[in-house]
Write a protein that binds this ligand. Sequence first.
Ligand code: ASP
Length: 373
Amino acid sequence: MPPQRDRVAGPRVPSILVHGGAGADPVEGRDELRAGVRVAILEGWRILAGGGSALDAVERAVRALEDHPRFNAGRGSVLTSAGAVETDASIMEGDRLQCGAVGAVSRIANPVTLARRVMEASRHILLVGEGALAFARAQGLPECDPEALVTERQRLRHRELVPATKGTVGAVALDRNGTIAAATSTGGLAGKLPGRVGDSALIGCGTYAESSIGGVSCTGDGEAIMRVVLARRALDDLKEADDPEYAARVAVDLLVEEGRGHGGLILLDWRGRMGWAHSTPLMPVALMSPAGQMDGTGSQLFNYLALGGRAAVASRPRPGTGSHEIIALNLPFAGSGNIRPTIMEPSRIARSAQMPSDKSVPPRLEFRRQFNS
Ligand code: ASP
């Protein structure tokens, strides 16, 4: 077990945060990305809300994004220089630092599930290529025609050498027992050499979770992320600063300045507070946590979505309950209506979602620009 020094015993407010990859702003197709992360967050959330584990929640959320053809993971992955899909994925459970990963894997539609099998059913942490495939077969995981993972969009991009917008996916979650899990899955970098393995397969680089501190999933230039061991370094920053948003920003600065690359990360601390940052124009993020459960009121919904560098959160009274519902809006998709916007930091949003009393959450609409927009 990791040191429990700072961790307070007792049930936690479950929370989940997902990302859909740091990269260029696709301009058209943003709605699809938004819908994709929304579906993923709801799938993961359903598990947490039913008392399920953080590990199940992140696996489920990442699977949803792997199945979505618009993201660079599972089906829809970018192609190697040889025109094939080769995926990387990793998953980690932060109570006992259990982890599993796969690299340069083809023929598997849900690499995150294979990574979980490596974690649970092997004595290894990372399996790659043919060896990973042989393990998948031995585990009875479904194998698919490699062509089934290639979308027309990626085939066209490959043929026309269009620089791919990114779309790696990841999730971090905290469950009621206080366990934190994180997972990341990707097709990697477009045009990569066959056999290249990136940060998403490497524990400590693309993914890390330690329940006494927090969980992280990274995205961006894999070589730069590996250079600075970004996920673990972000948790070190979090431990030091005790501020998820600050830790995320410091980690992205590290990626840019010392790693010499671009990208982003999502981060969740042991209390369920969230942070994320990116140095690219876009990183779709969705998050969800119930507010009020800590004091047993259990009636508020916290759902914050960020896309295109802008996001909004609103709370409104729930008729007849005396409580408030916090709803997510996405600017510029949603108008601000008649509610006066104010600036709010994500860490404060997370804190307000955990306010001890319904009455302390006034109706409001709040939005902020992402740091890098
Ligand atoms: N980090 C991934 C890789 O280098 C790519 C990405 O996140 O877009 O494989």
